[in-house]
Write a protein that binds this ligand. Structure first.
Ligand SMILES: NC(=O)c1ccc[n+]([C@@H]2O[C@H](COP(=O)([O-])OP(=O)(O)OC[C@H]3O[C@@H](n4cnc5c(N)ncnc54)[C@H](O)[C@@H]3O)[C@@H](O)[C@H]2O)c1
Ligand SMILES: [Zn+2]
Length: 379
């Protein structure tokens, strides 16, 4: 009998990594996890969902020795560990995401490791803005909306030719890369480092650009990332979700199990080698509507708070064009309503949930990661 595949899943204690762990175990693979248990995400230490059959390495992607240890004897790597969200740090994003990935590649090369496949977690954040269409001028890729526009309370994407408001359409992988915030820059680095290393060395690499992922195990402690988790913790504490811009900005919300399945699919299909692929549902939800839907499902009569704040460099709308990965047979199976119900079932089992957003929001305003539009000028 052939030896079972051994997978290393970095960030395997987190939302997406832990579901990839489950997928890999279900296939009978040996699973190793490298995770630092980032305190912002895992405020109570090692989560209970890390199963006993997993070989857990409590280590850091910023440490070469941890990589050497974690990568020894591995066939397939899923690199999910990252520092993510809208935080005021700059160096830490680059250190964990860019430098951490660079160390992984050095470890593979210096030890001449016979890795068969590397899947790296990228993000929709690498796009500047999504794709749009203007009734008069057709398809275009949006450019980052300048702060001078946002501070007027004008959040729309205007056609670069006629200046009229345009409509978002699904964004394909050919859209220009170039996110305008530190997280986005570091995710673009991760993706490009891995893909170019693969081209140079022949290592099969796939980078997956996930859209906004949610589901059971999304940290309830991290107020900087995970819009559904943040809104739920606010509502469960009888506070309104704080919605940026005008609430009509939209996201393609994809259920975590679908993202984990996409990972297994590309790990085992050589047609994905050397490719960058979107993972999403192809549908988008307005964030204001999402806040209302969550309130309704939680039985709270609480309207979202829309104070006219915005985050410079954040994209207005993103709908993933999933044509490329669907050609490998991928389809997101869990719709938003079902996914939210499953998430709420999980969150209700977690007992009392804390509310960390208020304090975080104050810090973000202070550091200008969140800014206030001039009042009375909303268009
Ligand atoms: N959740 C999303 O909406 C989303 C969207 C696009 C891309 N991504 C990417 O997917 C990947 C997984 O994200 P997630 O949502 O599961 O996040 P998560 O925060 O739930 O999990 C990340 C895990 O990485 C670990 N980690 C952080 N820094 C580390 C370090 N220095 N060394 C070792 N481990 C470290 C954390 O402890 C955590 O368990 C990340 O690369 C993220 O950038 C996520
Ligand atoms: Zn136009």
């Amino acid at each position: 009998m052939a030896e079972a595949t051994t997978a290393l899943i970095t960030g395997g204690a987190g939302l997406i990594g832990s579901h990839i762990v489950d997928e890999a175990l279900a296939r009978g693979w040996n699973v190793r996890v490298l995770d630092s248990l980032e305190p912002q995400t895992h405020a109570e230490g090692k989560p209970g969902w890390i199963r006993d059959e997993v070989e857990f390495i409590h280590g850091d992607v910023r440490n070469q020795d941890d990589w050497d240890r974690a990568l020894a004897g591995v066939d397939v790597v899923f690199h999910e560990a990252a520092y993510g969200g809208y935080m005021p740090e700059i160096a830490k994003f680059i250190h964990v995401n860019s430098y951490g990935t660079a160390l992984m590649l050095e470890s593979i090369r210096n030890n001449d490791l016979p890795i068969r496949k590397l899947v790296v977690a990228s993000s929709q954040a690498v796009y500047n803005e999504g794709a749009y269409t203007c009734d008069g001028h057709g398809h275009f890729y949006g450019k980052t909306r300048p702060v001078s526009q946002l501070e007027q309370g004008d959040y729309l994407m205007h056609c670069p030719i006629c200046g009229e408001p345009s409509r978002p359409v699904p964004t394909d992988e050919a859209a220009p890369m170039g996110g305008e915030n530190v997280y986005a820059i570091s995710k673009a680095d991760q993706e490009r480092l891995a893909i170019s290393f693969g081209r140079a060395t022949g290592l099969p690499v796939t980078a997956l650009r996930y859209s906004c992922t949610y589901g059971p195990r999304q940290s309830l402690f991290n107020p900087y990332t995970g819009v559904i988790a943040i809104f739920c913790t606010r509502l469960m504490n009888d506070l309104p979700p704080v919605v940026y811009e005008d609430g009509k900005q939209s996201r393609d919300l994809v259920f975590v199990e679908d993202v984990a399945r996409a990972n297994m699919l590309v790990a085992t299909d050589a047609r994905s080698d050397g490719q960058v692929m979107n993972v999403g549902t192809g549908n988008a939800a307005a964030i204001g509507d999402l806040a209302r839907l969550l309130a309704e499902k939680l039985g709270k009569e609480i309207e979202p708070d829309i104070p006219g704040e915005y985050r410079p460099g954040e994209m207005r709308a993103l709908i993933s064009d999933t044509t490329k990965i669907s050609e490998l047979g991928f389809e997101a199976r869990t719709g938003l309503e079902e996914g939210i119900d499953r998430y709420l079932d999980w969150i209700r089992e977690q007992g009392d949930v804390g509310e960390y957003f208020t304090e975080a929001a104050r810090r973000l305003r202070e550091r200008q990661v969140v800014k206030q539009a001039r009042s009375g000028t909303t268009v």
